[in-house]
Design a protein around this ligand. Structure first.
Ligand code: ADP
Ligand code: UDP
Length: 237
């Protein structure tokens, strides 16, 4: 598969065309950002670690019945993916309250939820990714009722596959964000599942092994991603 023109360069990944218009090449870069792109940095090896991490998790999700865009990893920082028609909505599931839900609802940081909760956000940095509901999605025609139900179902299915996977590695899956897109009349999980888009806490110490290390200036950002990777059995050397 030949790498074609650069189609999109986002905050952390670049998307290239290939000779097949149903397939894209996704490059995980070392760039990182927080606070809707207002804080940025380059972190050596992050692209490599995230590409390997993402491929491992997407394979586990496929085995667990969640269809993903991943076709294959082509080198250390690039993967071949299905070219999806992305839905501009972020799906978040939380098992423990932290981050924006604590700021919004005034709940205690670290509170274990009675049951996982689900939220939609609009993918729009300029508007700071506002929280939205099913009615907004329908009224502005961002997705159909069927797609809303399917995104919800697939996000909970992802949680059900990944909570035990991380638990067995001594890690709590606190929360995560997913993005979906259309392909051949079906919804597929797109974008990425890496420590950039989820929260992972050491089960014993509650030490953070995710992007909060960058957001909160805790240091050892990529080193912590690699600790999580190694515990899952992902080779990043
Ligand atoms: P951002 O756009 O938020 O800066 P990234 O740097 O991660 O984020 O860029 C990746 C972009 O590619 C995102 O806009 C994402 O919605 C989009 N994308 C992810 N997976 C696919 C896919 N399979 N097909 C088409 N677009 C995708
Ligand atoms: N998240 C993300 N991209 C975003 C917003 C959130 O990947 O644009 C992830 C974030 O890493 C966390 C989860 O979604 O795992 C929930 O984030 P939250 O709503 O708590 O927002 P934050 O505290 O990061 O502002």
């Amino acid at each position: 598969m030949n790498q074609g023109a650069l189609m999109y360069s986002g905050k952390a990944k670049s998307i290239f065309a290939t000779d097949d218009d149903k397939t894209l090449l996704m490059e995980f870069r070392d760039d990182t950002s927080a606070f809707d792109g207002r804080k940025t940095a380059s972190l050596t090896r992050k692209g490599l670690v995230n590409n390997h991490f993402n491929a491992f998790i997407m394979q586990k999700l496929e085995q667990g019945g969640v269809k993903t865009h991943l076709l294959s990893m082509v080198d250390d920082t690039k993967s071949l993916v299905r070219h999806l028609d992305m839905i501009p909505v972020e799906c978040v599931v939380r098992n423990i309250a932290t981050g924006s839900i604590c700021r919004r609802l005034g709940v205690e940081d670290g509170l274990e939820l009675e049951m996982p909760t689900f939220e939609f956000f609009l993918k729009d940095d300029e508007l700071h990714d506002p929280m939205i509901n099913e009615y907004h999605i329908r009224s502005f025609n961002w997705a159909s009722d069927e797609e809303i139900n399917r995104m919800t179902e697939l996000t909970f299915a992802t949680n059900a596959v990944l909570v035990p996977l991380f638990r067995d590695a001594g890690i709590i899956l606190v929360d995560f964000k997913l993005e979906f897109g259309r392909y051949d009349g079906q919804l597929y999980l797109g974008d990425e599942f890496t420590p950039d888009g989820c929260r992972l806490w050491d089960a014993e110490t509650r030490e953070k092994l995710d992007k909060d290390r960058y957001r909160q200036d805790l240091g050892n950002v990529v080193e912590s991603y690699e600790i999580a990777a190694r515990r899952l059995g992902i080779s990043t050397v």
